[in-house]
Design a protein around this ligand. Structure first.
Ligand SMILES: CC(C)(COP(=O)(O)OP(=O)(O)OC[C@H]1O[C@@H](n2cnc3c(N)ncnc32)[C@H](O)[C@@H]1OP(=O)(O)O)[C@@H](O)C(=O)NCCC(=O)NCCS
Length: 377
């Protein structure tokens, strides 16, 4: 049957999914039918991860077991740390994360994806160990020893501890946990689709997540938040925000952290992240980058509002992480740490009714060409 070619498969459904939904006109994002605003207000990252994976909020007992299981699987084998020590310290943390996650699978042979028990423990291990790997790499590349996780600390609290060897302010933990919720899932994006393709071959979940990490690394997907912070630093002061926006638009250059394929209003995650910025800066002192960002958003609304181009999730998240002292090249690995629960939810959904992805192509080459011998070319 002939089909029209849609570059990037734009508008072509790749799966039937009950995991998340976006209403781009109304600016609504729901995980399993619950709005992200509500989850940020009432839930935690780990509870949200459970919701994404299993389709319902856990009971008190189920949540306690889930949190304990994850806390008890945060350590990584010393060989993984040794492996990371062999990687070039100037390498991008996403490459180190991808290598470590791919290697991780070699340690857990029970990888039969038809076994529900195995799948549960694979999900636990991946969600638990990604933060340990990200924090370990951040330290190892500077010549510091990796810090072992502490079972009694919460998920986000423990990540900060492994990164900085200090217990963070509870407000930071709270805000960071909300950031993880907001990055946990977002319908059929490039890294999720990549994971689905790998999952459909019945590859193990470590390979699924390693392939998703590879897709997330590209600058058209993850990574824009790093560029937003660079842009705001380049602008330098709030009074230079408006002329910068005008010049970018005049030169037909994209403003980083603005625009979205699906949202035609302000991304609801950007609205929540902006509120989180205000909470953080009211307590911990203002951020010059935030003041510049407000100036950029104000002028951009006047000039780009008619095109329905508004701030997306990447516009305010980098500003928060920057204030927390997190290095810009760790922003995308943190995105991966959160998104792993979405990837795994789609992996489980795919397995429930698996069909190998094997799309078609429209052949645009020649036929029946003769082979020209080497001497005649
Ligand atoms: C995300 C993105 C790729 C979506 O693009 P898209 O849906 O294909 O939209 P288009 O690139 O076709 O843009 C439509 C119009 O809005 C304008 N526009 C879109 N995003 C813009 C931005 N960030 N800055 C300035 N103008 C923008 C385009 O120039 C275009 O204008 P035109 O119709 O006059 O040519 C795009 O907005 C972008 O590159 N944003 C910056 C990078 C970023 O923040 N990425 C993270 C996404 S979560």
């Amino acid at each position: 049957m002939p089909h029209d070619f849609m570059p990037g498969l734009a508008g072509i459904p790749a799966a039937k999914s009950a995991i998340s939904d976006v209403d781009g006109e109304r600016g609504v994002l729901e995980y399993r039918g619950i709005r992200v605003e509500e989850l940020c207000q009432h839930s935690s990252y780990l509870e949200t991860a459970y919701l994404l994976l299993y389709g319902h909020l856990p009971s008190q007992a189920a949540l306690a077991k889930w949190e304990t299981d994850i806390a008890h699987h945060r350590r990584v084998k010393y060989s993984i740390i040794d492996l990371m020590k062999c990687l070039p310290e100037q390498g991008h943390p996403m490459d180190a994360l991808q290598a470590a996650v791919a290697a991780l699978g070699m340690f857990y042979p029970g990888r039969n994806v038809n076994n529900l028990d195995n799948n549960y423990w694979s999900a636990v291990r991946l969600i638990a160990k990604l933060p340990t790997i990200v924090a370990a790499w951040a330290r190892l590349r500077r010549g510091d020893e990796a810090i072992a996780p502490r079972d009694e600390l919460g998920f986000s609290e423990n990540f900060f501890y492994m990164l900085t060897e200090t217990i963070p302010h509870p407000l930071w933990v709270d805000i960071f946990d909300d950031c993880l919720i907001l990055h946990a899932e977002h319908t059929m994006n490039a890294s999720t689709f990549t994971g689905l393709i790998t999952a459909s071959t019945l590859a193990d979940p470590y390979t699924v997540v390693a392939s998703s990490i590879g897709a997330l690394k590209g600058p058209l997907h993850g990574g824009a938040n790093e560029e937003v912070v660079q842009m705001l630093k380049e602008i330098g002061t709030a009074d230079r925000a408006a002329p910068y926006v005008e010049a970018q638009i005049h030169e037909k250059r994209k403003l980083m952290g603005f625009g979205h394929r699906v949202y035609k209003v302000k991304d609801p995650r950007a609205t929540i992240l902006q509120r989180l910025c205000e909470r953080l800066f009211n307590t911990c002192g203002t951020s010059q980058l935030y003041n510049i960002a407000l100036g950029v958003e104000r002028r951009a609304a006047e000039l780009l509002g008619a095109k329905k181009v508004y701030p997306n999730v990447d516009f305010y998240s980098g500003i928060l992480y920057d204030k927390m002292g997190i290095e810009p090249d760790l922003f995308t690995p943190i995105f991966a740490m959160a998104r792993v629960s979405g990837w795994l939810a789609h992996w489980l959904e795919q397995l429930a009714e698996n069909k190998l992805f094997r799309p078609d192509q429209i052949y645009a080459g020649e036929h029946n060409r003769p082979y020209l011998p080497l001497a005649q070319r």
